[in-house]
Design a protein around this ligand. Structure first.
Ligand code: C2O
Ligand code: CU
Length: 499
């Protein structure tokens, strides 16, 4: 989506440090930011450098890596596609560091267009956040850029471009930040990445967006939500399930006909790091014959909760513990409210593999959403008076395919002003019939109800989710719907530190 990102860059002048207003005039008569007008704390400001120095411990280790985004021919399991990938693989390479390390990743852009890399969920220095036009200039075609930043907090994160719809190609990978103090009460670890796939099957993501913008719709339509063409498209938990009817759903880059096999021994305890790298699909995940104990969400610990299935919106991560049974089991990622699933095979013994379409009773059992989680006491935000509140009202229409926050698309968005040190409350209000997984960069907020720390939270149709954050990471941080198509169509704004 070069066209839209180019216009975004020219309209947004945050890198140059334009003054922002402190008073927000909103469509539905809401909010006033509490602070006086100020100057935006830009990505290149001294405050950003100081915050990074404060994160760096003595004897900091450096973990170096390299990423080459480029066109690639990828075998998704008997289905070969032309796409864009990091280092020719989908998912891209697993990056791994320990909390406190300096991660240094050289990116050589061999795509035919500009790109960027965003480190989703990491509370990093603002100038390494990878948002063209807000925190850096885009990495030009043929250009290079080195991302170097301290990874302060352990957890399961991922990386992807913040440029147009490149995420909905094969450009994504997982970043695991290990906890040097964690007991590690498990025998095995699996990283499981979920994705909805269209690229190279006759349509690119840009083609899909063009169709949505033309409103011709492939069976979709209706104010504020998408109907899936022929697929029903409704979820009991999430309402309208999505705008895009994907031909394939992947687990670790494989279609269900040729799943990856995850191996262990009966009785072993495995930590599964689940990541939803999809662009328009929530996944309901279950392991046949097993229950899942959710221990972390978006990298942070939660009070353990044992359920049959978990739902991940786009951009969400859960870590779950499972005690393995004896046999071969389907790990299913059902496309929530859509037709189709992703599949991996869990094997601890020889014997017949379950078929790709096998029924998994757990998918209909107790099902957990991120908003059901509770923080552990160590990570719960201390309660404090709120200094600044902002409403974010999510709106949209399928007719013109325009998705908004407070009635505006990103190009015209009024930044949400905050000051360093403040306690900030964001009231996330969904005024549409479709769910939106709302992501904030550079911070891990706490849910006001339950306290779970997250950076991405599903806001169901016509519902409100309140979150709070401590404004402790200066800079300009975008917040947006992690539906890649909604974001491309405008559903993004900026949490703007003001000095
Ligand atoms: Cu995972 Cu702003 O993105
Ligand atoms: Cu959305």
């Amino acid at each position: 989506m070069a066209r839209r990102s180019a216009s975004t860059i020219s309209r947004r002048t945050l890198l140059a440090g334009s003054a922002a207003t402190g008073v927000l005039a909103l469509g539905s008569g809401l909010v006033v930011a509490s602070q006086r007008p100020g100057q935006p704390v830009t990505a290149t400001s001294a405050a950003v450098r100081r915050a990074e120095v404060a994160r760096q411990g003595a004897g900091q280790k450096t973990v170096a890596a390299h990423l080459s985004p480029r066109p690639a021919t990828v075998d998704l399991g008997g289905l070969t596609v032309q796409t864009w990938a990091y280092d020719d693989g989908v998912p891209g390479p697993l990056l791994r560091a320990t909390a406190g390390d300096l991660l240094s990743v050289g990116v050589a852009n061999s795509l035919g267009e500009s790109t960027s890399v965003h480190w989703h969920g990491v509370a990093l220095r603002n100038d390494m956040d990878g948002v063209p036009g807000t925190t850096q200039a885009p990495i030009a075609a043929g250009g290079e850029f080195t991302y170097a930043f301290t990874v302060p907090d352990p957890g399961t994160y991922f990386y992807h471009p913040h440029s147009g719809l490149q995420l909905d190609r094969g450009l994504y990978g997982v970043l695991v930040v290990d906890d040097p103090h964690e007991p590690g009460d498990y025998d095995l670890e699996w990283v499981v990445v979920l994705d909805d796939w269209v690229d190279g099957t006759g349509r690119t993501p840009d083609d899909v967006l063009a169709t949505l913008e033309q409103g011709s719709g492939q069976g979709m339509g209706g104010m504020g939500g998408g109907m899936m063409g022929g697929a029903g498209g409704q979820s009991d938990l999430l309402g309208d399930a999505g705008d895009v009817d994907y031909p394939h759903y992947l687990v670790n880059g494989r279609v269900p006909a040729a799943p990856v096999t995850l191996r262990g021994k009966p009785g072993q305890k495995v930590r599964i790091r689940l990541v939803n790298a999809g662009s328009d699909t929530a996944f309901r995940v279950a392991l046949g014959g097993h229950r899942l104990t959710v221990t972390h969400s978006d990298g942070y610990p939660v009070q353990p909760s044992t359920v049959d299935a978990v739902v991940l919106g786009m951009g969400e991560r859960y870590d779950v513990l499972v005690t393995l049974g004896d046999g071969a089991f389907p790990l299913v990622a059902q496309a929530e409210g859509k037709q189709g699933r992703g599949l991996a095979l869990v094997r601890t013994a020889s014997g017949q593999a379950p078929s790709a379409t096998t029924a998994v009773a757990e998918l209909g059992g107790t099902t957990l959403l991120g908003t059901d989680l509770r923080a552990t006491s160590e990570v719960r935000l201390a309660s404090r008076t709120v200094d600044t509140s902002h409403d974010l009202v999510f709106g949209g229409s399928m007719g013109t395919y325009r998705w908004t926050i407070n009635g505006r698309t990103f190009e015209d968005a009024e930044p949400l002003g905050v000051r360093a040190g403040e306690r900030v409350r964001l009231r996330l209000r969904n005024a549409t019939m479709m769910f939106h997984p709302i992501h904030l960069h550079g911070h891990t907020f706490g849910l006001v109800r339950g306290g779970a720390r997250k950076d991405t939270v599903i806001v169901p149709p016509m519902r409100q989710v309140d979150v709070e954050l401590q404004a402790d990471n200066p800079g300009q941080w975008v917040t947006h719907c992690h539906n890649a198509y909604h974001m491309a169509a405008g559903m993004m704004t900026t949490l703007s530190y003001q000095a």
